[in-house]
Design a protein around this ligand. Structure first.
Ligand SMILES: Cc1cc2nc3c(=O)[nH]c(=O)nc-3n(C[C@H](O)[C@H](O)[C@H](O)COP(=O)(O)O)c2cc1C
Length: 208
């Protein structure tokens, strides 16, 4: 399939085939796609938690407004944000130094700039910025899922605090932002038969 055919094949899957799991190597492709997604300043303020445990997936339904995708999917990818503070930024520059061997005199001004920029932001602003990065990752994962013929359903319909509690995310400094159940569509998922609803392209895109 070419890119457009893949994107047309993809739809927000409402009913997954519980009997069809996706392979470990496909989950690994998604984990790599997660980590390869571009982020603002390269700071990667997100983490991925992959839920494959059936008991936990079952419990997620109650915190997802009863949406059954989370229990029927082969795995639920939980896109989380992490706190970004001075030590996090310092850690990032140590990594750049280690992986690229960039000299301190080149890195230091950029590190100082970022530390200063983030120190002037309110916590809410930093958290909203981190959530933006999670949405970018979601978009990337949706496309990669489509290319890999993995069905998925992007979800913001859940109660983050409850999911955080269930998965013990607060203890490790994470906040759930988005869910992405992945697996294979059930043959009787009526959503798979529906025509895509999109505004006419001429209305949406202009060239100047
Ligand atoms: C950020 C985001 C959050 C969404 N949340 C939900 C959700 O909680 N439950 C659901 O069934 N679909 C959810 N959707 C799916 C959209 O309703 C769906 O993508 C849209 O109607 C377009 O249909 P399509 O993806 O099948 O082309 C979400 C989509 C996005 C991008």
């Amino acid at each position: 399939m070419n890119s457009i055919e893949s994107l047309k094949w993809r739809y927000a899957t409402k009913k997954f085939d519980q009997a069809k799991n996706i392979e470990k190597k496909q989950l690994d492709v998604l984990a790599q796609a997660f980590n390869l997604t571009a982020t603002s300043y390269g700071l990667q303020p997100c983490r991925l938690v992959v839920v494959i445990d059936q008991d936990i997936k079952d419990k997620m339904v109650a915190h997802s407004y009863g949406q059954l995708q989370v229990k029927d999917a082969s795995a639920v990818l939980v896109l989380c944000t992490t706190a970004v503070n001075e030590s996090y930024i310092k850690d990032y520059f140590s990594l750049v130094k280690k992986q690229r061997n960039t000299p301190d005199e080149i890195l230091k001004p950029f590190e100082d700039f970022l530390t200063d920029t983030f120190s002037k932001k309110e916590l809410d602003e930093v958290e909203a910025w981190a959530r933006n990065q999670a949405y970018l990752i979601l978009g990337n994962l949706l496309t990669v899922c489509a290319q890999e013929q993995i069905d998925s359903c992007p979800m913001e319909g859940f109660v983050p605090e409850k999911i955080d509690e269930l998965l013990g995310l607060s203890e490790v400094g994470l906040k759930s932002t988005l869910l992405l159940p992945v697996g294979h569509r059930a043959t009787d998922d009526m959503m798979s038969q529906l025509k895509k609803v999109r505004r006419p392209q001429q209305e949406m895109v202009s060239y100047i």
